[in-house]
Design a protein. Structure first.
Length: 440
């Protein structure tokens, strides 16, 4: 088969698909000059063929029969940028079974059934590439998969959701409340009308499941990720963090712990106070960044645009050219093996925490609270108290904000339960982890 012309079928022509078509049209002569390969797009599948796409595409190319594109014998490579679980899964499996390399940006699908898709690609001996599924335009998965294949990676920690990073940046820099910053993100097109997947951490959870699979050669799905979003973070929390030299970020973390009985993993998404000196604290606006820690390589950081049509299309096109070159030489990039591994539960993890309490503003209360921390072996690092009396019709109330030294999560939870049971504690407010460098 002559592969000097690579015929590509694209499933989906929305934000990413339309940008990809435009980028291929713009870069095709450069790709040809550098690789000897020319890319053609004879078929594009969409849901509604009457919609304008904003790119120059012949109407004869567009179809609503996605399966016909995925299995068309004249198509060499399939790009899946339609999103969702079904029919994307069935279409990718059909294309792989027909011996076609597949490029996908679909993090939700990979995080739900990556092992099945990886095995299908391996069985057919073709590429399944998915650089755009994590951190959009940032070339991160290929370095993780290739350059760091033999590196004993211990932790990957990142800001992998641009919408929440934008919201937290506005709350930090403009003092905005969460609801106002979210409304602004929706106006700018970062957040969807239903922002749940972004603000509750599900989007970042899918991404960290994919990252953990690749970094540790493990079977990890979204269901294995402990997930908490940013919707409960308040302007007061952000102001406290600023006063104490921290930035609040939504972190996605994958970690490996060596134990005498084998490795254990943790995969989690949660808001975190990050010291301003940490490189992730400086990642503003809708940007993404991923921080990798390896035993041999030390610390690495990847930074850039995590979303948007053009940045994401850039990652898809890089994969497409890679797959096309491999196809021509009869090679494919093996993804290796993915084995089941034990997960360390959140309760077993140690962390430093920022805790906020509303209490009675009277003598003896601070002593009672300090006593509860002492009884549970949880040590207070720093503390601030503000009287709220006289504000918003509140009488004899104070807010206490504390940071505690690293402690097992189960001890922190037991402390919070005991504090809630005290008559003098009116409510336990925010509880947010604090990143302590060097602490695992
Ligand atoms: P989008 O704008 O909603 O586009 C989806 C496209 O797929 C549309 O053209 C739609 O057709 C088509 N489609 C959906 N279901 C279909 C079906 N059953 N049969 C045929 N066509 C179908 O989505 P997107 O933002 O481009 O995202 C695409 C993928 O990239 C998703 O997996 C997403 O998670 C991932 N991704 C997106 C970004 C980003 O910044 N947008 C970043 C990283 C990864 P119609 O146009 O006719 O409705
Ligand atoms: N909704 C995602 C974000 C973009 O805000 O980062 C696609 O991954």
């Amino acid at each position: 088969m002559d592969h000097s012309v690579i015929r590509v079928g694209i499933l989906g022509c929305g934000t990413v698909g339309a940008s990809l078509v435009a980028l291929i049209q713009r870069q095709n002569s450069t790709i040809q000059a550098r690789t000897g390969l020319s890319i053609e797009i004879p078929r594009i599948a969409v849901r509604d063929s009457s919609r304008a796409r904003g790119v120059a595409v012949e109407s004869s190319v567009v179809t609503t029969d996605a399966m016909a594109v995925a299995t068309d014998p004249s198509i060499d490579v399939i790009v899946e940028v339609m999103g969702g679980l079904s029919p994307a899964r069935e279409l990718i499996l059909a294309a792989l079974a027909a011996g076609k390399p597949v490029i996908t940006a679909n993090k939700a699908l990979l995080a739900a059934c990556g092992s099945e898709l990886f095995a299908a690609a391996e069985a057919s001996g073709v590429d399944l590439l998915f650089e755009a599924s994590v951190a959009g335009g940032i070339p991160f998965l290929r370095p993780l998969r290739e350059s760091l294949l033999a590196e004993p990676v211990v932790r990957v920690m990142g800001i992998m959701n641009g919408t929440t990073n934008y919201i937290l940046t506005r709350m930090t820099e403009a003092g905005a409340e969460y609801a106002d910053a979210l409304a602004e993100a929706q106006e700018l097109g970062y957040a969807e009308a239903d922002p749940t997947a972004d603000v509750e951490g599900h989007d970042a959870a899918a991404k960290i499941a994919i990252v953990a699979s690749i970094a540790f050669g493990a079977e990890v799905t979204s269901a294995d990720v402990q997930c908490e979003g940013i919707s409960k973070v308040t302007a007061d929390d952000i102001a406290f963090a600023k006063r104490h030299g921290y930035a609040v970020k939504l972190l996605a973390i994958a970690e490996r712990f060596s134990t005498p009985s084998g490795d254990e993993l943790s995969a989690r998404v949660h808001p975190c106070l990050i010291p301003n000196a940490h490189p992730l604290a400086a990642v503003r606006d809708s940007f993404n960044a991923v921080f990798v820690q390896g035993e041999a390589v030390g610390d690495l950081m990847f930074y850039g645009r995590g979303a948007g049509g053009d940045p994401t299309a850039s990652a898809v096109l890089g994969d497409l050219v890679d797959a096309a070159v491999n196809l021509q030489s009869g090679a494919h990039a093996s993804l290796g093996t993915f084995v089941p591994m034990a997960f360390r539960s959140g309760e077993q993890l140690e962390a430093s925490w920022y805790l906020s309490l509303c209490v009675d503003d009277r003598s003896g209360v601070l002593a009672a609270i300090a006593g509860v921390f002492g009884e549970h072996g949880v040590s207070i690092d720093s503390m601030e108290q503000h009287s709220l009396s006289g504000t918003d019709d509140v009488a004899d109330e104070a807010r206490i904000d504390l940071i505690i030294h690293p402690a097992p999560e189960r001890d922190v939870q037991a402390t919070l339960d005991a504090l809630s049971a005290l008559d003098s504690v009116r409510s336990v407010g925010s509880t947010i982890r604090v990143l302590v460098e060097g602490d695992r």
